[in-house]
Design a binder for this molecule. Sequence first.
Ligand code: GDP
Length: 411
Amino acid sequence: MSEEKEQKKLEKEEQKRKQREERERLKAERKERKERERREKEQALDEMQELPDIEADQNSEELKCEPIFQPSKVEEGVVIPYECEEEPQEQPPILEEPLTILEEEAQEEDREGWFSRLRNGLSKSRMNFVAPLSRAMASRRFDDAFWEEVEEILVGADVGVDMTMILVERVKARMAREKVKEPEQLLALFRGVLAEALDTGAQYLRFATQGPSVFMVVGVNGTGKTTTIAKLGHLLQRDEKTVIFAAGDTFRAAGVEQLETWGERVGLHTVKHRQGADAAAVIHDAVESANARGIDVVIADTAGRLHTKTNLMEELKKIRRIAERGAQVTETLLVIDATTGQNGVIQASRFKEAVDVTGVVLTKLDGTAKGGIVVAIVHDLGIPIKFIGVGEGLDDLYPFDPEEFAAALFS
Ligand code: GDP
């Protein structure tokens, strides 16, 4: 064999060896990641066990006829009578509406600023998710090793194993149908499949058609509840809605002051009682005030931690019952911190069991490289994402639009 042939043979063998090693490395990484996910889930479930046994509470006869709260505890002269097992009343219809601000922002100039802020907020995810996809496609070798790599990337971005398989199957099917051969086309196809998977058709906020709408904001402390309330109030105000805040996180030290400070910053009134007061009484006052002043929306903060004696989930239900005496609770928004990844999903599923969550606000997407968590939330929880937070500023809350999200991520 000539020297040249010998050399080529050696090079080929070397290349094969490298490919083999790379496949083994990916395999080991996948195994490790799965193991880590399993450990994280176990840990999150352990943490969740601190939450009360919801089913047991729901079946409790005692709770059904519990007084809403003790009149002796009511502050500022407001007394709410005891009531047990209220007859459900017929409610006026609820309207699902896009914020018109979106249409304004859609105007050329604003649109650019709006989109580039969103794009910036997703830059970590783009680096970790879209950039490697793009690199993998560049070889134009769409073989098994390529698809394995794609799966690795999606799982690594917290899309979740099941949804990764589903997305990859959909992309493969469309790729064959549309005879896609070029990397750019394949990337665009990915973007389309992602946008479709995120589209629940229920992204808009729901408003009462008569009287004030109450938006309850629930979630674990530190997820960004208070900041989200401020951002949402600001957004609704820009949408020409009148808004007040109800400082219902009376449990946490400084919870009331924090919301009030935000209220002052955005120019919105905060209805408050002192720390430790009954949160239901705060909501009651806020709803009364909203009715008296013709306010459109009451955004109610709630405690994010268990009290030692009171059951958090029962308290949320109680707040809702009280609010519904004077208004319609049209949204219960669950705030989830995107940086907590799969743990956040597990946490959310516990809230979902206890309260009727109508939408998710996913905060801190700017702080994570694992933006794929949006897919896991929409699919594992079956709750629409209504807003995403991509920064600490007042304007960093975006109504969630799957097309726009996918475009910003893949741009
Ligand atoms: P709460 O305890 O749930 O009320 O959480 P806070 O509203 O106090 O927020 C906790 C921290 O998260 C604060 O430092 C916020 O500025 C920060 N935060 C909230 N939303 C976002 C977001 O979308 N992006 C980033 N980077 N930080 C956020």
